[in-house]
Design a protein around this ligand. Structure first.
Ligand code: UDP
Length: 239
């Protein structure tokens, strides 16, 4: 790892929707490649990176439940959706010459490796991009919580949440011109004011483990590498 980096080992969480590009559903190949390039650029700068990708571009448990499915079954479908996104990202990273491994919380050994913490650690030490698939493996959770859990397990220096905006704002910057971006927030403020950065269980897990959450724009070219170097535009959530 490069000692000049602000964060040396990070978990990057992106939503499934980040892979849709301009589409309304599913995976856009060009967008996947762009995300993969961001990750590889950051990797080249010396950071160890692992990823959690959501599944909302394909299936969400809540949406299935709203249509009358049993929630747990719908959630398993949502977790399977994240495996598809993980495979797409693995493919995009390797297509650009990087090394990536998908580790699934729901074992499917003919498709990818099962999640084994120490194996994930070893991949990271070897400089591979580890992609955690199938969330936590449990229904009634989200990929935000999975991201927080894996960040803690991997001993990450930060949990990076890549979104469409460059941080947390006082109001929706797309609707309200007077909205201002926070440079810093505390876990408590985020929870008490219900700022909806990530779900509450993810935030409290990061608070309990003292891991900062950094919200930044994944749409901006070079944004990830900038945040890792400590010069990016973002909101940092700490104590
Ligand atoms: N999911 C789950 N357990 C987990 C992670 C995810 O049941 O540990 C399911 C849940 O149904 C969720 C879906 O997978 O709706 C997709 O994940 P999420 O909604 O977090 O994706 P994102 O909004 O980040 O694209």
């Amino acid at each position: 790892p490069n000692p000049a980096l602000r964060y040396k080992r990070v978990l990057l969480k992106i939503s499934g929707e980040a892979l849709m590009g301009d589409g309304q559903y599913g995976i856009d190949q060009a967008t996947c490649e762009r995300m993969a390039q961001e990750v590889l650029d950051a990797r080249k700068a010396g950071a160890e990176i692992c990823l959690v990708i959501g599944g909302g571009n394909i299936f969400r448990g809540m949406a299935g439940a709203a249509k009358g499915m049993e929630r747990a079954s719908a959630d398993y479908m949502g977790m399977l959706a994240t495996v598809m996104n993980a495979l797409a990202m693995q493919n995009a990273i390797e297509g650009l010459g990087g090394y990536a491994r998908v580790l699934s919380a729901i074992p499917m050994v003919t498709v990818c490796e099962p999640y084994i913490r120490r194996r994930a650690m070893r991949h990271m030490e070897k400089g591979r991009i580890v992609i955690f698939a199938a969330g936590t493996g449990n229904p009634f959770f989200t990929t935000d919580t999975a991201a927080a859990l894996r960040a803690a397990e991997m001993g990450c220096d930060a949990l990076l949440k890549g979104t469409q905006v460059d941080g947390v704002y006082s109001a929706d910057p797309k609707k309200d011109k007077t909205a201002t971006r926070y440079d810093k927030l505390s876990y408590h403020e985020v929870l008490a004011r219900d700022l909806r950065v990530m779900d509450a269980s993810a935030i409290s897990l990061m608070r309990d483990n003292g891991i900062p959450i950094v919200v930044f724009s994944i749409e901006k070219r070079g944004g990830l590498a900038d945040v890792l170097a400590g010069r990016g535009i973002c909101t940092t959530i700490t104590d």
